[in-house]
Design a protein around this ligand. Structure first.
Ligand code: HEM
Length: 292
């Protein structure tokens, strides 16, 4: 009997049909919390850096004389003299006073992209924002590399992250279960979880790291081809921002799912590794479910 089998049998109560299984290895848990903390600081300091020039472009050029901006957050004065914050996306402007473009107290507003509560430091300070951003970027890259190598060696990547053909076939059922908030607590991730984790870990994380590197002048000298891959510095900046927005969306859904699926069991698993599964279904129950 291995140590893990021994702990599993001791945590599983006699007469209780559910089982406690070892779901997350140390490397998965430590890297998960390292990137969760690093991403928090990267987000706030990244928005501080964005605020230094709150417009995104496609291509290599930037500035008033070019017509290649895709997103911008600015304060503008209307014909009646009233100043408001506006966010312009692909040429369409939306009034976003109070949050984007113009925020803070009405009698002393700040004309800035993201508001003070969303940036680090809260006041405009590009150089401190850059120091914080680059410091946590290396923690994030290190955590990602440790996760990738250890998951490759332990088989976590192939077994738990890359969806199998059976997972793809079961996707419609998995989607309908999620929409009806019917969660199955198995020892393994379901197909939807695998797809979303693979999207984050194998697409968004590498792209946000590479577009970050593509914006660094040092890297431009060492790997000039990297800028060409992403279609120029300004496009790399826009893709970097888009990845950030996708990670924020993932984070909100991720937290919602953790709470919907049972926060104590889920949190225990990602902190200690141990996870309580559903009781095994008996044959009559299975039949009932199929005929329902
Ligand atoms: C930006 C922050 C975060 C990102 C990008 C993220 C991403 C991920 C990823 C990719 C996994 C799968 C890891 C693997 O199996 O190798 C995971 C698992 C998990 N995360 Fe997060 N996470 C974040 C923050 C959080 C937070 C704040 C919580 C808790 C409130 C949390 C709770 C969990 C839990 C419970 C699991 C395991 C799910 C399960 O076993 O079904 N995560 N997360």
């Amino acid at each position: 009997m291995t140590v893990i089998d021994d702990i599993e049998s001791r945590l599983t109560q006699p007469g209780d049909e559910s089982r406690v299984v070892y779901r997350h290895r140390v490397a998965t848990r430590v890297t998960h919390w390292t990137w969760a903390i690093a991403l928090f600081f990267l987000l706030l300091s990244g928005l501080q850096i964005f605020n230094a020039h709150p417009t995104l472009y496609i291509g290599n050029q930037s500035g008033f004389e070019f017509d290649n901006s895709v997103l911008s957050m600015r304060a503008m004065q209307a014909a009646d003299g009233k100043v408001d914050g506006y966010t312009t996306v692909f040429g369409r402007s939306f009034k976003t006073t109070g949050v984007l473009g113009m925020s803070g107290p009405a009698d002393n507003p700040s004309y800035r992209g993201f508001p003070a509560w969303a940036t680090l430091p809260s006041y405009q300070d590009l150089s401190t924002g850059r120091v914080i951003h680059f410091f946590f970027a290396w923690f994030f890259v290190a955590a990602f590399l440790v996760w990738f190598v250890s998951s490759l060696i332990s088989g976590h990547l192939k077994r738990d992250i890359l969806p199998s053909l059976a997972d793809i076939r079961a996707l419609p059922q998995s989607l309908s279960d999620h929409l009806r908030f019917r969660f199955h607590h198995d020892g393994r991730y379901n197909g939807l979880q695998k797809l979303s984790y693979a999207g984050v870990l194998l697409v968004i994380f590498p792209v946000i790291i590479l577009t970050g590197l593509a914006m660094s002048p040092g890297m431009n000298a060492a790997w000039p081809w990297l800028l060409d891959v992403f279609g120029g510095r300004q496009t790399a900046r826009t893709i970097h921002f888009l990845c950030m927005a996708l990670l924020v969306a993932f984070f909100l859904i991720h937290i919602f799912m953790v709470f919907a699926a049972g926060p104590l069991n889920e949190m225990r698993s990602i902190i200690t590794g141990w996870y309580r599964t559903d009781p095994e279904k008996t044959e009559p129950e299975k039949k009932e479910e199929h005929t329902a």
